[in-house]
Design a protein around this ligand. Sequence first.
Ligand SMILES: [Zn+2]
Length: 407
Amino acid sequence: MKKILVIAFILFVISVLSCAPKNSAVTYPDSDPRFAGQLIDAAESADAYFWRPTIYGPLFYYYDKSTGESGVLCSDPNCDHTEPEKCLGSAQGTGCPSLTIIGDRLFWIATRQKQDKSYVYSIYSMRTDSTGRRIEHDLELPNNTTPQIILIHGDSIYIYSLFDTVESGVPINDVSLLRVPLYGGEATTITRFENPASEFLDVKVRAMGDSLYYLFSKGYEDGAESNVIFRYDTVSRVFESVYSDNGEAIRDFAADENGCLYVSYVAREDRPARVCRIENGNLVKLFDFSDEDRYSRYVRLSDGIAIGESYDDYAQMPTLWIRRLDGSTLFYGKLPDSFTNSIHGTVTFINAIAFCGDDKYIFISFEPIISDLDFHEWPAFFIRYEITENGLIETLLCSAPPVSIGG
Ligand SMILES: [Zn+2]
């Protein structure tokens, strides 16, 4: 009997080990609430920041926190970073932002052409010094999966996919939410539905602890709007609606550690932008974004903060109003813009790709449109603003191509 128990125990251990990650010493951290689900592709380790410009940027960049050095994330001293096949910093084939640090490695999802010419989504990784690049595995996804948002959270990859198709002559969006094990295995479909393409669908994803939140806001042909927020419990795998309305479309949303949800709305006509909290399925207004001088046009929500933006001129930096979610002000004023001194040409649109952060730092990716340069010569900048009592302190973390702005 004892022997059988021992064998049973060994079999049990083997079965547990066989489905564990390849490197069981690695623990899988939660996604970074400042960057996950945003359009910015950035990650922070204890020593450095990592970034990739736009969703089509061909190279990874780094910023060393201790030395202030930055550049292409390529440790080959003989590389001029012009040949993607040879450059260690190459991000070729990357689609949606997905950059994540796990242990001492960077992970990201990218498309890859296989020998039979078909394309597959693969999870790549490399050490944070750009060495040791490898494909962890190819993602086993249902046919027609077309990722729009990818988020690596805990031991899983979460994908929001929207595939445009036509059914009985009617264009539709085939929408699915998928969960894929980070260490390999088939995708599970959290939910899947069809949306008429004539109805505008905006989807956002946020993660916090055991919860993933999905916001579906819609605009209909007759001008009506609606919102639904679902919560997916990553442990019990229950997917349920936690809020719905037929009101104005929600612009942005965020969750905190206590499971509270915050939503923001854009300014409309003579009504300012505002931030609300969802309490027991009801909207409770917290504060709006108007003062004597101006309205904030948009309000983005990030890790414990709300960022209101207003522009006098889209070719210049916006005025930001950064507030905690209790409404108290952390900063109000025009964004410092020393980095624009390095731009040679006429900026016609400052193009802030994302504003995100917390009550200490905010991060912005700027990809200005320059009227007298070809689009492939337009620069991109990854800026950190430290929030202090005396205003914002601007640090250019990375730029593509690399520049020095001095001072
Ligand atoms: Zn290189």
